[in-house]
Write a protein that binds this ligand. Structure first.
Ligand SMILES: [Fe+2]
Ligand SMILES: [Fe+2]
Length: 324
């Protein structure tokens, strides 16, 4: 039976348990409120990810029973009246010959090459030669061209937003497009700095994450140690070594990368100190949050709040009653 023919996890209710193959994206230990080690299984059916908490056990014990992440299992799911999902019995290896691991891949529906080409066009449209012959646009295009393969494949996150193959190019395209639109409204802004900053703000993610063949990202060995802002700045330094770029403008481009998370508590190296950096921070934040809503809404009933505060949104989300 094909994956699309099984009942979906989004159809699971307290009254209707369901059994189906799922991909275990992550099997990780966590500590419960009473201090015990438990395991969270992030089960994905190709459409929705559901977190299943298994109490009084560790990931290592599960591993000894043959339950590990990045594999497909056949599970029976039940939902209790409080909305928590459990797996009844042990996850079984999936032996349906029609089910393949590739059924559980995550990739953007858009054409990544086309998005990349649109980012290039956006940068070319704002090239500014008044600061010298070698422009920020030239530098940005040189960088993108040098990292193109990784840039169009990479996920933009491990979780939260645009966490799929091609997520980085989609997110960078959205922020660049929004920057171009804002430029029409705020003509005093430095268009070249703004759009190049938008396109490059997350380029360091190609080094922060490894995106596997199914589109799932994990931290590279030193990914968390330096983070994508430092990696992005390093990339700019590397490519700016050759060419005669305006030094101050290159510094400001690096400032946009360093400050795009807005606040130090959200990982920013520094806070935005020029208007273009303030705007990139806002557009980046908006695009990430809108993507989170898109995903959350898939699993929400109209007219309802999420049960808990959504990580990343810092609030409970509401889905208007007139939406499907
Ligand atoms: Fe970022
Ligand atoms: Fe971003």
């Amino acid at each position: 039976m094909k994956n699309s023919e099984y009942p979906k996890l989004s159809e699971l209710t307290a009254a209707r348990p369901l059994a189906r193959p799922v991909y275990f994206k992550k099997v990780e230990n966590f500590t419960s409120t009473n201090g015990k080690t438990c395991v969270a299984i992030h089960a994905y059916d190709g459409y929705t990810t559901v977190r299943v908490n298994v109490f009084d056990i560790t990931a290592e014990v599960l591993q000894n029973r043959g339950v590990v992440e990045k594999k497909v299992y056949y599970c029976k799911f039940i939902k209790n009246d409080r909305g928590f999902v459990n797996i009844e019995g042990d996850p079984m290896p999936c032996n349906d010959p029609d089910i393949r691991v590739s059924d559980f891949g995550q990739r953007i529906p858009q054409d990544a090459e086309a998005l990349y080409a649109k980012i290039v066009t956006a940068i070319e449209s704002v090239r500014n030669t008044s600061y010298g012959e070698d422009t920020l646009a030239d530098l940005s295009l040189k960088i993108l061209n040098g990292i193109k393969e990784d840039f169009i494949r990479s996920s933009a996150a491990i979780s939260m937003h645009h966490e799929q193959e091609g997520g980085l190019v989609l997110h960078s395209f959205n922020v660049s497009c929004a920057a171009l639109l804002m430029l029409k409204l705020y003509k005093e802004l430095d268009g070249e700095l703004l759009v190049c900053g938008a396109a490059l703000h997350d380029i360091g993610k190609i080094k922060e994450y490894n995106t596997d063949e199914l589109g799932y990202a994990t931290y590279s060995p030193l990914g968390q140690g330096l983070g994508h802002m430092i990696y992005g700045i390093e990339l700019i330094d590397e490519y700016a070594k050759t060419g005669n770029y305006n030094k101050e403008r290159v510094e400001l481009l690096k400032h946009i990368i360093a400050s795009h998370h807005g606040e130090l508590e959200y990982g920013a190296v520094t806070k935005p100190c020029i208007p273009e950096a303030v705007l990139i921070h806002s557009l980046d934040d908006a695009d990430a949050k809108l993507d989170m809503f898109k995903k959350i809404y898939k699993d929400m009933a109209p007219g309802e709040n999420t049960e808990k505060t959504v990580f990343g949104l810092d609030t409970k989300a509401y889905k208007p009653s007139y939406l499907n």
